[in-house]
Write a protein that binds this ligand. Structure first.
Ligand code: TUI
Length: 314
């Protein structure tokens, strides 16, 4: 049994959050994770508020447990989605790819617990000041939009800088990563890539197959030139994109090359047009299984590791 302040705070059995994966993390996946004792999260991504309301309705039908919504702050629909989650009184909002300060009062007034993803100490301190309930310290091992710092460095720095609960993310896909996160000062973890291979995840089967096949050097970061670095699986698409980044083409042309690529991966499984966002932990993911089994096995693997931890010190 792992005891974590996160369980009481969020009303969950295991301190495991599911990452907000745009185009992938829908109401069905979120409900499966919440029913498995973790915190499921619906990703708003670039979608309008109507889509998010539909997915909330699906999740409410499939679970009576708490779940959250992730708001991608670079989305053109972020304002309307921010209002929608307040209307719907979801339990938790997580945010990514920006600073959510301007929405905090609306969410707090609606009784929502706000857990921003941070990639730096400065952002963690700011989030503590504006009333976050916890922060997710996400290292550059993660999939999708990434910061500079590794999980190994970011988590202890953030744990020292704020007195809020810290959730570790980036590179965690098994009990060893979960146990290590607790040693670094986190009180729970968020996993995205591992939940991509949940049975209940509706992403295209090619996407899951690629994650299962991935090895240690299978991901790459693109998009630095445009200021939003993204980690994804190396594919014909990423090779073309990297070539284009170092060619003379304009930022607009480069932007157009990337537009819609995540949707093409998630919905069509397209090898040549898809951007298969994934964390480095894809190399640790070896099977497709129910979300509840993922959560239970990660926690059960961690328990003996943590019990043996005192043996290292006299
Ligand atoms: O947001 C993510 N991961 C994502 S978002 C996404 S959708 C997308 N598609 C194409 C291009 C870009 C994004 C796919 N994956 N993770 C959370 C995260 N947030 N990682 C890093 C950050 C972050 C970065 C800067 C959080 C705050 C921040 O603050 C900067 C500032 O001062 O506004």
């Amino acid at each position: 049994m792992i005891r974590s302040p996160l369980c009481g705070l969020l009303g969950i059995r295991y301190p495991v959050l599911q990452g907000g994966m745009a185009w992938i993390a829908d109401g069905q996946l979120a409900a499966a994770v919440s029913n498995g004792g973790g915190l499921g999260i619906i990703a708003a991504g670039n979608a309008p508020a109507d889509y998010v309301r539909q997915q909330i309705a699906i999740a409410k039908r499939l679970t009576d447990k708490p779940f959250g919504v992730n708001i991608m702050l670079m989305s053109e629909h972020a304002d309307e989605v921010a209002s929608a989650v307040a209307d719907e009184h979801v339990s938790v909002v997580t945010t990514g790819a920006g600073n959510p300060s301007k929405y905090m009062s609306v969410w707090k007034n609606a009784g929502i617990k706000v857990i921003p993803v941070v990639a730096s100490v400065a952002m963690a301190k700011l989030m503590a000041r504006v009333g976050a309930s916890a922060v997710i310290a996400e290292g550059t091992e993660s999939g999708g939009h990434v910061g500079e710092l590794t999980t190994m460095v970011l988590v202890p720095l953030v744990a020292d800088a704020v007195s809020l609960p810290v959730i570790a993310a980036g590179g965690i896909a098994d009990g060893r990563g979960f146990a290590a996160s607790l040693m670094l000062g986190a009180c729970g973890v968020q996993m995205g890539t591992r939940f991509l291979c949940a049975e209940e995840c509706t992403v295209h089967e090619n996407y899951k197959a690629k994650i299962l096949k991935a090895g240690d050097l299978s991901t790459a970061v693109t998009g630095k030139r445009l200021g939003h670095p993204v980690r994804s699986l190396r594919t014909p698409f990423t090779r073309e994109y990297i070539k284009a980044e170092y060619s003379g083409i304009s930022d607009e042309e480069l932007e157009a090359l990337g537009a819609g690529a995540l949707r093409m991966a998630a919905k069509e499984g397209s090898d040549d047009k898809g951007c298969f966002m994934s964390g480095q932990s894809a190399a640790l993911v070896t099977r497709i299984e129910p979300a509840a089994d993922i959560i239970r096995s990660v926690v059960e693997e961690a328990e003996p590791i943590l019990r043996r931890a005192p043996e290292w010190a006299e």
